[in-house]
Design a protein. Structure first.
Length: 579
C-alpha cells in the first residue's frame, strides 16, 4: 500500500507575519531605548559594580551583537526571498546538506538559529578575559561537544528528514532505530558498520604469513615473500598497542603489508596482546624491551646485523624511546632506519587529547580499571569524542532516528575492534608523556635503568605526518625533527591519522608535500614544499632502498617457518582475535 506524500509545513498567515514583524520591531526599539552599548558606562557613573562576564562592556557588547544577529535571522524567516545566499563556513556542514533544511522556512530558521548560537558561544569563549589559552581550549572542546550533541539534526522533532521518514514508514524507522540503540547499549559500544561484513582472517588481515614467536605481550608474524629476491635488511613493524595491527593489513587492495611484501621486503609485524588481569604490572619498560626483543629475534633468526623499523602512532613514540635506549647501550647499529607514522615524542602541542589528562580525568580512569586493565571501549569512546560529529552523532541520526542499515566499511570495523590496555602502563603514558612531557627531557625517563635521551638518536629517520590529523597534529609530529641528531626526512601527507597513512598508490588519492631545504618550523616547510599527487608510499620505498639496496634470494629463513624461527600458526595469529 502506497504511503501518502509527506505534508508540507504551513507558512505563517498574513496576520501572523504582521504580528511577528511587530514583535521584531518592538524588540529593536527596546534595545535602543535601554542603550545596551552604554550600559556599562552608566553603571560606572552610578557607582554600580561591574561583574566580569555579566555586565562588563565586552559582555554587553556581545549580548548586543547576539540580539542584533537574532533579529536579522528572524527577519530572514519572515521574508525568505530577501535572505542572503547561504555561503560561509557553515555552507558545507554535512549534517544539513539535505535541501529540506533550506527549502522549508521553519527548518531553515532552526538550522540558522543553531549556527547563530554556536558561533556566539564559541566566540564568547575566545574573548573571555583573564583565562589562559589552555583553559580556553578545554572550554572550546567542551562547548563543541555540547553543541554537536544539541544539533537539531539529532532530534526527531527538529530534523525534517526524520519527520518525513517517520510519516513514510509509519514509524518503522523509529522502531528499527530503537532496536539498534538497545543493541548498542547491551554491548556498551556504538556500532559504525555492519558487524557481519568483516572477519579477521577471512576478508581482513589476509596477507599470507606465519606467527613465528609468541610472548605474554606480543606475537611476531613473518609474511611470505612474493618476489624472487628481497632486500637484505628486513622490516619490523610496530603497530599501535591501543589498536589491532591489521589497520596496516585491511582488505588486500588497502594493505600496506601486502604492498611492502610485493616491493621485495621481508616484513615482520608485531601483534600486541589485548590486556587482561595478568598484565596489571606491565609498564613502559616492558613495551620498549618488547620492541628490542622483536628486533633481536629477527636479527638472530635471519642472521642479519640490522633491521628497518616502523612505529605507528603511540608505537612510534615507543620506538623513539627504543632507539634512545639502544644508543645509550651502544647498540644503535641494530636498527638501520626508523620510520614514524603520525608519531609524537614532544607532547607540548599534542592537540585535543590534552583535554583528557587533568587530575579529574586521570582519577576517573583509575576507577575504570579495578582489575588492572582498561576496557578498550572507554578508549574507543575517547577517540570518538575527538570527532563526535562524524563518529557519534552522525550514527545516532542515521541508525537510531532514520533506522538505516549499517553499511560495510572495513576501516570502521577496525575502529570498533577495541583493545584493552594495562592500567598502570596507560596511566603512566598519560601522565609522563601527555601531561608532563618527560620524553623530551634527557634522563627524565628510563628503561630498566637506562636513561632516555632522544638527542642521542642518530638513526636515519623518515617521519610522516597527516595534514588533517586530529590525534597526532602535524605540528606535534614535526617536533621530532628538533630532537633527533641523525638525518631526518619529513613528509606531510594529505588527510588524517588513518587515511593519510593507509593510502595505497593504486587508489590515486590525496597528495603529499616534500621540502628538501633545512627549515625550522612546519610553516616554513609548507611554504617551500612541493606537492605531489597520490600516495607517499613510493617515496618511502625509494628512501628505504637508499639506506641499503642490497638483496638476497627469497628462500630459506626468508620464508616463514623455514629457518630458525619456527611457525606456530598461520597469520594473523591468536592475539588479534582475543578480547
Amino acid at each position: 500500500m502506497a504511503q501518502p506524500d509527506a505534508p508540507e509545513m504551513p507558512l505563517p498567515s498574513l496576520e501572523e507575519l504582521q504580528h511577528w514583524t511587530w514583535v521584531m520591531g518592538r524588540a529593536q526599539q527596546m534595545m535602543l531605548e535601554s542603550g545596551l552599548s552604554a550600559a556599562a558606562t552608566g553603571q560606572r557613573d552610578l557607582g554600580l559594580p561591574v561583574i566580569p562576564g555579566f555586565n562588563d562592556p565586552a559582555t554587553i557588547q556581545r549580548a548586543e551583537a547576539f540580539w542584533t544577529d537574532s533579529l536579522d535571522l528572524w527577519q530572514r524567516f519572515l521574508d525568505p526571498k530577501a535572505a542572503p545566499s547561504d555561503e560561509g563556513k557553515h555552507a558545507r556542514d554535512k549534517r544539513f546538506a539535505a535541501p529540506q533544511w533550506r527549502d522549508n522556512p521553519l527548518f531553515d530558521w532552526i538550522r540558522q538559529s543553531y549556527f547563530l548560537i554556536s558561533d556566539h558561544l564559541l566566540r564568547g569563549i575566545d574573548e573571555m578575559p583573564g583565562v589562559d589559552e589552555r583553559q580556553k581550549e578545554q572550554l572550546r572542546f567542551a562547548a563543541r561537544g555540547f553543541l554537536d550533541a544539541m544539533s537539531p539534526s539529532n532530534f526527531p522533532a527538529t530534523n525534517p528528514l526524520v519527520l518525513e521518514k517517520t510519516i513514510e514508514t509509519g514509524g518503522e524507522n523509529l522502531l528499527k532505530g530503537l532496536q539498534n540503540m538497545l543493541a548498542d547499549l547491551a554491548k556498551g559500544q556504538l556500532t559504525h558498520t555492519d558487524p557481519n561484513a568483516f572477519e579477521v582472517g577471512r576478508n581482513l588481515a589476509t596477507t599470507p604469513g606465519k606467527v613465528v614467536k609468541r610472548t605474554p605481550l606480543y606475537e611476531l608474524i613473518q609474511y611470505s615473500p612474493t618476489t624472487d629476491k628481497v632486500l637484505a635488511v628486513p622490516l619490523v613493524i610496530f603497530p599501535p598497542w591501543i589498536n589491532r595491527f591489521y589497520i596496516l593489513d585491511l582488505t588486500p587492495e588497502k594493505s600496506f603489508i601486502r604492498w611492502a611484501v610485493e616491493q621485495g621486503i621481508t616484513v615482520f609485524m608485531v601483534s600486541w596482546k589485548s590486556a587482561d588481569a595478568s598484565m596489571s604490572e606491565v609498564v613502559w619498560d616492558d613495551y620498549v624491551e618488547a620492541q628490542i626483543d622483536a628486533i633481536d629475534t629477527v636479527r638472530d633468526g635471519l642472521k642479519v646485523d640490522a633491521v628497518h623499523t616502523i612505529g605507528y602512532c603511540v608505537a612510534g613514540t615507543t620506538l623513539a624511546a627504543t632507539l634512545a635506549v639502544l644508543a645509550a647501550r651502544g647498540e644503535a647499529e641494530k636498527v638501520k632506519s626508523a620510520t614514524f607514522f603520525t608519531a609524537q615524542v614532544d607532547f607540548a602541542k599534542a592537540g585535543e587529547l590534552l583535554n583528557f589528562v587533568d587530575e579529574d580525568q586521570l582519577a576517573t580512569i583509575r576507577t575504570l580499571s579495578p582489575d588492572g586493565f582498561l576496557d578498550g571501549r572507554y578508549l574507543a569512546l575517547t577517540f570518538n569524542l575527538l570527532r563526535g560529529r562524524d563518529l557519534i552523532w552522525n550514527y545516532v541520526t542515521n541508525n537510531y532516528l532514520l533506522g538505516q542499515d549499517y553499511a560495510p566499511f572495513d576501516l570502521l570495523h577496525w575502529n570498533g575492534d577495541t583493545t584493552n590496555l594495562p592500567a598502570k602502563w596507560h596511566l603512566s603514558y598519560l601522565t609522563d608523556l601527555y601531561r608532563d612531557n618527560l620524553l623530551v627531557k634527557p634522563g627524565a625517563l628510563a628503561v630498566r635503568g637506562t636513561p632516555i635521551d632522544l638527542t642521542r638518536v642518530k638513526t636515519p629517520s623518515y617521519i610522516q605526518a597527516g595534514r588533517e590529523d586530529h590525534i597526532a597534529p602535524a605540528e606535534s609530529v614535526w617536533s621530532i625533527t628538533h630532537h633527533f641528531a641523525g638525518p631526518v626526512k619529513f613528509v606531510l601527507a594529505g588527510s588524517g591519522h588513518i587515511a593519510g597513512v593507509v593510502n595505497p598508490p593504486a587508489l590515486g588519492k590525496y597528495q603529499y608535500w616534500l621540502n628538501p631545504e633545512p627549515v625550522k618550523t612546519l610553516a616554513e616547510f609548507v611554504a617551500g614544499a612541493t606537492e605531489t599527487k597520490g600516495s607517499w608510499w613510493p617515496d618511502w620505498i625509494g628512501w628505504l632502498r637508499d639506506q641499503d639496496d642490497s638483496t638476497v634470494p627469497a628462500k630459506a629463513a626468508r620464508t616463514p617457518g623455514k629457518g630458525m624461527l619456527q611457525a606456530i600458526e598461520d597469520a594473523p595469529g591468536a592475539y588479534v582475535r582475543a578480547h
